[in-house]
Design a protein around this ligand. Structure first.
Ligand SMILES: O=P(O)(O)OC[C@H]1O[C@](O)(CO)[C@@H](O)[C@@H]1O
Length: 431
């Protein structure tokens, strides 16, 4: 993974080499804190040890019992789905991967109608083991399997931390259970059982993913000038402090679209604390050049645009044509066009003095993905250190969880009562 921060210099908002040099002293201190946390397997920092601590054999032995599944259905939300989905949507496999990561009745009905339930492995994932959406979806899936006369206990395994409801359910029905490693928050768990069980079921090279993570770890050092991940984290932080409070993550590969979703949770839930943070926006190149770029180039100067691409891709050539005005396309390829769009967009932002950073990986494969995911996690941890926030928790989400539970009679919560205090100013359409 290479990170080019050149287009963050001299832009508005922007940084200077002087700013980066001064910031680099703080990066050295932050790196010490991070490596201490890793050395002690401390909460959160333990995630950065996963390239060494994850156990591919244990993961495989948990999933090898399922002979030639046609599909794997992951029931989980947030960090319990996005990492696995990033790998599944980036890499090709004979085994189809589906994700039930919302409680939308239409989506659940359509998915369960489509799935070959008797040939599907169900992977229920919840770090806490208590998340309502995940447990509700699992009850719905279980019932659908019962109705289809499919023995769900035969086709279901769980991945969970702690001693929550999911653990008890697994023990009650003797389901295979993978542990979420201690000290690894959901959004930092892709290189653990949480992200790798589906990858193993789909036949991906789990060791290569972890080797990519190890490459990322090897690149961590006490200077942003030696560590691509820290360069990205430090520049994102410095730009946010100077007004770039939005970060548009724009991969130039459809196969990396879900990566942008994964990044959004990582960045938002880790760094959105105490009134600070940088709002991640999911974009896609070249598609969003035709929807968002106008704003990125000419709207409020409060954005960093992160342009991500693989250097190598399997290509499709554009046939020669004598159609007027199109001959310049003939004979080139979609990949060449996409790269031209990438470089042109990058230059167009620079010409408008809009900060942007280029991230390049070799290709979309297991090792490069492992390095990219690890790199973004390390960048996020560094940013959190520099901003002095508690990177590994997400206390602000608990209010809504209590309110929703209370509304469904799941307990007495003042938050639920507060829901009815809503201020109303309803404007209705004519019916
Ligand atoms: O894995 P769990 O405990 O079910 O949580 C799912 C997601 O919900 C959150 O706790 C936020 O509500 C995320 O941090 C987490 O990734």
């Amino acid at each position: 993974m290479d990170v080019d921060i050149g287009n963050a210099l001299g832009t508005t908002p922007g940084v200077t080499t002087g700013v980066l040099d001064r910031l680099d002293d703080r990066v050295a201190d932050a790196h010490e804190t991070i490596t201490d946390g890793m050395a002690n397997d401390a909460f959160g920092y333990a995630a950065l040890n996963l390239p060494e601590t994850a156990d591919p054999d244990a993961i495989r032995s948990a999933v090898d019992r399922y002979d030639d599944p046609e599909a794997v259905l992951t029931v989980g939300i947030g960090g319990s789905a996005l990492g696995a989905a990033t790998l599944a949507n980036a890499l090709d496999s004979e085994v189809d991967a589906y994700f039930l990561d919302n409680v939308d009745p239409d989506q659940a009905r359509r998915l369960l109608a489509e799935l070959p339930l008797s040939e599907t492995v169900v992977n229920v994932v919840s770090n806490s083991g208590t998340t309502a959406e995940t447990l509700a979806n699992f009850l719905v899936v279980r019932e659908a399997m019962d109705r289809a006369d499919v023995d769900w206990t035969d086709r279901t395994f769980v991945t969970t931390g702690g001693e929550g409801n999911l653990r008890r359910l697994a023990e009650k029905h003797d389901l295979p259970a993978l542990d979420v490693p201690a000290g690894v928050p959901g959004r930092f768990s892709v290189l653990s059982t949480v992200g790798l069980a589906v990858a193993a079921l789909q036949g991906h090279d789990v060791e290569a993913i972890l080797r990519g993570g190890a490459d990322g770890r090897e690149n961590l050092s006490g200077s942003l000038y030696d560590s691509p991940a820290y360069a990205y984290g430090a520049v994102s932080y410095a730009l946010a402090r100077r007004g770039a409070t939005t970060n548009a993550m724009m991969p130039y590969a459809e196969s990396l679209e879900t990566f942008a979703e994964w990044f959004a949770q990582l960045w938002a839930e880790s760094l959105g604390k105490d009134g600070v943070g940088q709002t991640p926006v999911r974009a896609l190149g070249a598609t969003d050049q035709h929807s968002q770029l106008q704003l990125y180039r000419a709207g409020p100067r409060e954005k960093l645009v992160t342009l991500l691409r693989p250097r190598e891709r399997a290509d499709v050539s554009i046939p020669e044509t004598d159609l007027e005005g199109l001959s310049y396309l003939g004979g080139s390829s979609l990949g060449e066009l996409l790269d031209a769009e990438f470089e042109a967009t990058e230059a167009s932002l620079a010409a408008a003095e809009r900060p942007n950073v280029r991230i390049e990986i070799d290709r979309v494969d297991e090792r490069s993905l492992g390095e990219l995911l690890y790199g973004m996690e390390a960048a996020c941890v560094l940013y959190g250190e520099l901003d002095g926030v508690e990177t590994f928790t997400q206390p602000a989400v608990e209010w809504g969880k209590k309110a929703a539970r209370g509304l469904l009679g799941g307990g007495e919560f003042e938050e639920a009562e507060a829901v009815s205090d809503k201020r109303e100013l309803v404007v209705s359409g004519g019916r």
